[in-house]
Ligand binder design. Structure first.
Ligand SMILES: [Zn+2]
Length: 117
């Protein structure tokens, strides 16, 4: 992998609770635990041990990440800050708080990095 674009946003995703029960057995096969932290920019979030976040939750996170990259405000879709929102995995158990941080990178599309061939 050769990352050639310095991203505009970095993400931290933290497991903040369980919607039901006190463990993920029989709910989420990825075995998320409260306090687990994942980070990413554009790629899929990984934890400090290099393990990936539950792939099913990417279905929900990607459009939210795109909303931020489009200049949106997550409070307009129920977030608790411009760059912060808590979601529940489609399995209906693990609650993730996703938080973006604005970096120095220019916008991917309007910053002149990406040019069609
Ligand atoms: Zn899950």
């Amino acid at each position: 992998m050769k990352k050639w674009y310095d991203e505009e946003y970095a993400w931290t995703i933290e497991v903040v609770g369980f919607l039901q029960g006190d463990k993920t057995e029989n709910y989420c096969r990825n075995g998320e635990e409260i306090g687990d932290k994942y980070t990413c920019t554009y790629g899929c979030p990984v934890n400090a041990q290099g393990q990936g976040i539950c792939s099913k939750v990417m279905l929900q996170m990607f459009p939210i990440m795109e909303a931020v990259r489009a200049g949106g405000d997550l409070r307009n879709i129920g977030g608790d800050g411009q760059y912060s929102k808590t979601i529940v995995c489609p399995d209906g158990c693990v609650m993730f708080r996703m938080t973006a941080e604005k970096l120095e990178g220019e916008n991917f599309h309007t910053g002149g990095f990406w040019r069609p061939e």
